[in-house]
Design a binder for this molecule. Structure first.
Ligand code: NAI
Length: 345
């Protein structure tokens, strides 16, 4: 049996992982705690840890896990900005789930957008109290509007198809444009100045952190609607709030938030929220926040569990490359051994 410490467990994780894990020789130790320096010790006796987006896997945590004999970090997410992959290199292998349902995320982005622009959240609350007034619920047609998509990977491209289904014009920015895709690529400044809706679908990296800040916002159209289902820190939340207060930003739909790690995924009702910026954003009539929910579909949960179990088995039972292994050299044909069908190190 391969023993895996499963951090930040939620009931829906447990259901899907039990289905795929136990029968195939992987035993999960379910922990409610998030992984951090204080909780790394809970992985004692385990061969691997399984982590999600708000677990902290920095150099200190990696060293502690390595000392405990842990040899694999299995992310059950696509994004891996919370893992110091460079520090893990040579010590602990890192695997992720590159795609589990890009549809889930793209569809959630559109759900947020429609809810916001057509004021569905407000109408829902009104009619529950038999308030059938339409005042203040005026939206706008998507047809003929311009959607600016930042990042045209798996999720971004599905979001583009959905937008086109509504009759929107789509423009996009990606440093690595998809050849022959029929997508109109433009530089960020042009995207900001032409888009009625801007949706973020790129990863969080050193260069994309706060890409939507005061300067970018100043170049946008008045009334622009910003959608972020990628990573919170792509947006400078202070600048976003300023843009909303200045009536420059028409609406914001946020499934992610820079400081979400201490807040999201838990029931905080009945508590006083210490994060004043988040409180202020949530209190705005034109901001919708969901709690990093975009991935949460039956299909995605099943795919995450199945791929994670396959990743774990392939790392422990196979001498060759695990397709979903990550290292800081991946992508560099000469340096990363994975390109020669071996493990990254
Ligand atoms: P992907 O890797 O298929 O696509 C990412 C795209 O972003 C690539 O085409 C890449 O060239 C592009 N990119 C890189 N740097 C960029 C930059 N500076 N500006 C614009 N584009 C840039 O990734 P995928 O699967 O489409 O996921 C996108 C993001 O969605 C992930 O990085 C993750 O952060 C987020 N995500 C959020 C989820 C949620 O539940 N809210 C669930 C899954 C992913």
């Amino acid at each position: 049996m391969i023993k895996v410490a499963f951090y930040d467990t939620k009931p829906y994780d447990r259901q899907s992982f039990e289905r795929f894990g136990t029968t195939r020789g992987v035993q999960f130790k379910y922990l409610e705690a998030k992984l951090c320096e204080d909780t790394a010790e809970l992985a004692r006796g385990c061969d691997a840890v399984c982590v999600f987006v708000n677990d902290t896997v920095n150099a200190a945590v990696i060293d502690r896990l390595y000392a405990l004999g842990v040899r694999l970090i299995a992310l059950r997410s696509a994004g891996y900005n919370n893992v110091d992959v460079q520090h893990a290199f040579g010590k602990i292998h890192v695997v992720h789930v590159p795609a589990y349902s890009p549809y889930a995320v793209a569809e959630h982005a559109m759900a947020l957008l429609l809810t916001s622009v057509r004021r569905i959240h407000k109408a829902y609350n009104r009619t529950r109290e038999f308030n059938f007034s339409l005042n203040g619920l005026t939206g706008f047609d998507f047809h003929g509007k311009t959607a600016g998509v930042i990042g045209t990977g798996k999720i971004g491209r599905i979001f583009i198809d959905i937008c086109r289904g509504f009759g929107m014009n789509v423009i996009a920015y990606d440093p690595f444009p998809v050849p022959d895709s029929g997508i109109e690529y433009v530089e960020p400044d042009e995207l900001y100045s032409r888009s009625d809706i801007i949706s973020l679908h790129c990863p969080l990296t050193g260069s994309t952190r706060h890409m939507i800040g005061a300067e970018a916002i100043s170049k946008m159209k008045k009334g622009v609607v910003i959608v972020n289902t990628s990573r919170g820190a792509l947006i400078d939340a202070e600048a976003l709030l300023d843009g909303i207060k200045a009536r420059k930003i028409g609406a914001a739909c946020l499934d992610v938030y820079e400081e979400e790690a201490d807040v999201f995924f838990e029931d905080r009702s009945g508590h006083i929220l210490d994060d004043e910026l988040l409180s202020r954003l949530i209190s705005m009539p034109n901001v919708i926040v969901t709690s990093h929910q975009a991935f949460l579909t039956e299909e995605a949960l099943g795919n995450i569990a199945e791929t994670t179990v396959n990743n774990i088995l392939s790392c422990f039972e196979n001498d060759g490359a695990c397709d979903n292994e990550l290292c800081y050299r991946c992508g560099s044909i000469e340096k990363c051994k994975k390109s020669r069908k071996e493990k990254c190190f």
